[in-house]
Design a protein around this ligand. Structure first.
Ligand code: NAI
Ligand code: MG
Length: 329
């Protein structure tokens, strides 16, 4: 029996989470769900985007599933604060091409490992109306920790290279520390190839030669931007899952946000949420079931018949979910 914290959030976060719960109910596993609030609707109800109670529920769960939240003007981001509260420092974002999705490349299989606790996400901005300053914190501790996570993941995936992405030609001190830490950790993994690129060049290489990459490690904001770009390479945000992993907690969420433009229409692609749940099952050690889910998603996508509008179809969120469940063996 696994105790899951379920935090649906706002907009399509709620829709894809319902779909995900429907699928989890069909698995040969026992779950107990405990629900936590977060996001814009939560702020309107409770005066905070992330109540202490939600952090408590998340902290004592075996794993957390998070949908998406709409940002609340002037208020801190609940997902950023939840990641910090749970100390889930490694944001793992696999990027894989699926058969049946029309993309420029059909042989992509890499993963972005994004540092999750510092960088430009310190949420410390100050100044006056003429000059605003955003704090960008890079520590050796977090940089070495995320580099280790990237090398270990490279071994786990049976891949051969880790690429460090930074901008140390301009951000000499902060990204200097990030790059130094990466190469220091690399010494412990002599069997793995290393390389590093400036983030601007990397943005181009991801389009022109994405097959060259296995594991990409970067700071918080660069990792965020490159992972949305990469999602665009393989069929969009509807197919991009993620896991936030620390030493004691795991939080799994689609890469996308609450998508107000399509919310309430029951047309959100549930695959990113469902694939995030599969990552959660990997984390819980249920590899057979997680592989089964991934294979079912692949089959439904490859079949091209039942798909949501973002992939060119006209099926609803639940129609796609039921098609995936039907493929489960
Ligand atoms: P978004 O990811 O919500 O949407 C970007 C585009 O992708 C939209 O056109 C949307 O319709 C489409 N899209 C996203 N997920 C989809 C899915 N599952 N199926 C089909 N189409 C999908 O990003 P946007 O519009 O920049 O932000 C909307 C809100 O979400 C904002 O308030 C933002 O702050 C918040 N946000 C929250 C995140 C989180 O909770 N982790 C992450 C990113 C944004
Ligand atoms: Mg993002």
């Amino acid at each position: 029996m696994y105790n899951l914290a379920i935090i649906s959030g706002d907009g399509i976060g709620q829709e894809v989470m319902s779909a995900c719960e429907y699928l989890l109910d069909k698995l040969d596993l026992e779950f107990s769900f405990e629900y936590g609030e977060a996001g814009f609707e939560c702020f309107n109800n409770n005066g905070t985007t992330l109540p202490e109670e939600t952090i408590r529920i998340a902290n004592k769960s075996d794993a957390v599933l998070f949908g998406a939240s709409t940002s609340t003007p002037g208020e801190p981001s609940p997902i950023i604060n939840l990641r910090k509260a749970l100390n889930v420092y490694a944001n793992i974002r696999p990027i894989k091409s699926y058969k049946g999705v029309n993309c420029i490349h059909d042989d992509i299989d890499f993963v972005i490992v994004r540092e999750n606790t510092e960088g430009l996400y310190s949420q410390n901005e100050y100044g006056d109306c003429d000059k605003m300053i955003a704090e960008r914190v890079i520590t050796r501790h977090a940089s070495e920790r995320i580099s280790k996570a990237a090398f270990n993941l490279c071994i786990k995936r049976g891949q051969s290279k880790v690429t460090c992405v930074h901008k140390s030609n301009v951000l000499k001190k902060t990204d200097g520390v990030f790059t130094e830490s990466f190469y220091k950790v690399a010494k412990d993994y002599p069997q793995i190839q290393t390389e590093d690129y400036y983030v601007d060049a990397m943005a181009m290489y991801l389009i022109t030669q994405p097959q060259n990459f296995d594991v990409i490690v970067s700071t918080n904001l660069f990792g965020d931007i490159l992972s949305d770009e990469s999602a665009g390479l393989v069929g969009g945000l509807g197919l991009a899952p993620s896991g936030n992993i620390g030493d004691h907690n795991g939080l799994f969420e689609p890469v996308h946000g609450s998508a107000p433009d399509i919310a309430g229409k029951n047309i959100a692609n549930p695959c990113s949420m469902i694939l995030s749940a599969a990552m959660m099952l990997d984390y819980l050690g249920e590899w057979e079931i997680s592989n089964n889910i991934r294979n079912s998603v692949e089959k439904v996508i490859a079949d091209c018949k039942i798909r949501t509008p973002d992939l060119g179809g006209d099926a609803s969120t639940m129609e796609v979910t039921k098609a995936i469940v039907k493929e489960l063996i």
